[in-house]
Write a protein that binds this ligand. Sequence first.
Ligand code: AMP
Length: 320
Amino acid sequence: MIRLNSIQLKYNYNCLKTKLILIHRDIHIANSIHALKTYRHSPDIINKSIGFVPTMGSLHQGHIELMKTAKLENNIVITSIFVNPTQFSQGEDFDKYPRNLQKDLDIMKSSKAVDCLFAPSTDEMYPLNALCHVEPSAFSNILEGKARPEFFRGVATIVAKLFNIVECSTAYFGQKDISQCILIQKMVNDLNFNTKIKVIETIREADGLAMSSRNAYLTSQERAKAAILYKALSQGKEFCEKQESVSRDVIIDEINKVLLTEELVTRIEYVSIASHIDMTELNVVNREKGAVISAAIRIGNVRLIDNILVGDANRILSDS
Ligand code: AMP
């Protein structure tokens, strides 16, 4: 009787395993650092160019575009899904951040762009005895860093760890998180990583709202009004392009004016007019030299960020 049960259990387990392998037979899944390294160093992969797309999951078209670009430019694409606790402040939405591995696997599979998914555990990525991290000090007091002082350290540290584990040729990031792109480019240069960084233009919904996993938190009423952020930034950009040079205060006023027309905008956290080299704030925007215009607002309780590039700042997309 006992023997029958164990055979039955084994049979069920094998059926389940076969089913999973069949469903995702094209995507190799590595749930640990060791599994990823074994895959990365296997004879079929070791000499191939590797495109890497780090994500926190809850995938949408913005992520897919990164994966497809990576696939066009590399032999093998590795994507990671890791909801990184160190870039959330206390009381932020870490626990309720959307997680659905099965759905993400289906999306990755239909993209036909991903060869391997790296989905490590938090315990393995952050062992209790860890001592070191990457501290981008100049960033700790700007934009996201102002409201969440540990944010940029969290981003730089996890990306450095992922780069060391994955050993990719090129890593792909979205313009949607522009300060993160500029930070990672700085980190790679400053610390001599052997990784090229590519930045892909923000993918938007039809009304201009930047695609984001957090858009799912918007009520239908809030969603209908959320494109106000892109509208305001576009107005700021248009204003900069009309004149040879414009002072930051005038641009910020222009953007605020548009945002304040929408009563569902409950808070304007920041509007930033910054250099595309290092994200330092600019007093004046020269039409040619350009700027990164970015903002974070709340619609109801949902925090939305977005940015737009003016003049030479567009080089972030072409140079990378
Ligand atoms: P996340 O999962 O939100 O950490 O994002 C993973 C990567 O996808 C980051 O490089 C993001 O900048 C990028 N990304 C997120 N949303 C978009 C979007 N709408 N368009 C392009 N890239 C995006």
